[in-house]
Structure formats: C-alpha cells, structure tokens
Ligand binder design. Structure first.
Ligand code: HEC
Length: 124
C-alpha cells in the first residue's frame, strides 16, 4: 500500500515536471516568434509605418520640424546619406536624438531602420 502511494507521487511529480517543461518550451517559442527580422527590410512594409507612427507628428508637411519632411522620400534619402537618420535614431553622434525629447524607439525598430540604411535605403 505504501509502495503504491510512493509510486503515485512519483508519477504525479513526473507529470508536473513534464507539464512545466511544456509551459517553458511554449514560452521560448513565443519569444522566438518575436525575434526581430531585419533581413531584406522593406521601406513600405516596415520603415514607413515606423516613421508614420513616431516621426510624422513633427516631420510631415510644410510645418515640419527643422524643415525636415520625412514623408518626402528624397528628403528621407538625404538624411540617410548624411548619416543623420541613423545617428538620430541610435542616439549616437552629434545630431539631436530622435524622437525629439521622447524615449528611444524600441530596439527592434531601431535595428530595422539601421538595417534598411545599411541595405541601401531602398524605396522598396
Ligand atoms: C516631437 C517632435 C519630433 C518627433 C516626434 C521627431 N522629431 Fe526629429 N526633429 C525634431 C526637432 C525639433 C528637430 C530639430 C532638432 C535640433 O535642431 O536640435 C528634429 C531634427 C531631426 C533630424 C535632424 C537631426 C539634426 O540634429 O540635425 C532628423 C534626422 C530627425 N529629426 C529624424 C527624426 C526621426 C527619424 C524621427 C522618428 C523616429 C523623429 N525625428 C521624430 C522634432 C521631432
């Protein structure tokens, strides 16, 4: 009788270990799913939404901050070419960190912009 109880406890313990292992595994899989994919960054699918959400409030239209209208691709390109875009979003170099007086963008968004610049800042 005692033997059976011990056996039952071992089995129950085993099941609990197994279940917690699964829970951990699925949590790992979840975080894997949110890994930042910066291969072949698309301007229209990835960069444009970041700029629209975080930059256009100040950098769009005739009243754009510092006259920098980032919704004009040629203007954006000019700030890629002089290195300001990368410096501004990575908070490096001598340019004013962007978004202006706001927290730095999440690392995935920063990395995506940097990767797009490094891949030639294509209008793709
Ligand atoms: C709250 C308004 C605001 C937001 C949001 C904002 N900017 Fe700016 N941006 C400014 C101002 C103001 C300046 C001029 C700063 C200065 O002259 O020191 C500026 C300047 C810049 C410059 C030129 C940097 C320099 O020092 O010459 C770049 C590039 C730039 N912004 C890119 C961006 C990008 C990219 C985003 C979004 C990630 C962004 N900004 C979001 C207000 C903003």
């Amino acid at each position: 009788m005692k033997g059976k109880l011990v056996l039952a406890m071992i089995v129950a313990g085993g099941i609990m270990l197994y279940l917690s292992g699964c829970a951990k595994e699925s949590a790992d899989r979840l975080s894997e799913g949110s890994i930042c994919d910066t291969t072949n960054v698309s301007y229209s699918k990835q960069i444009l939404p970041i700029l629209q959400d975080n930059c256009y409030t100040c950098h769009q239209g005739s009243a754009a901050s510092s006259g920098i209208d980032l919704s004009v691709f040629a203007t954006l390109q000019a700030h890629v070419a002089n290195g300001d875009l990368k410096s501004a979003v990575t908070h490096t170099g001598n340019v004013t960190p962007m978004p202006f007086e706001l927290p730095m963008l999440p690392s995935c968004e920063v990395n995506t912009i940097v990767a797009w610049v490094d891949q030639g800042a294509l209008n793709n």
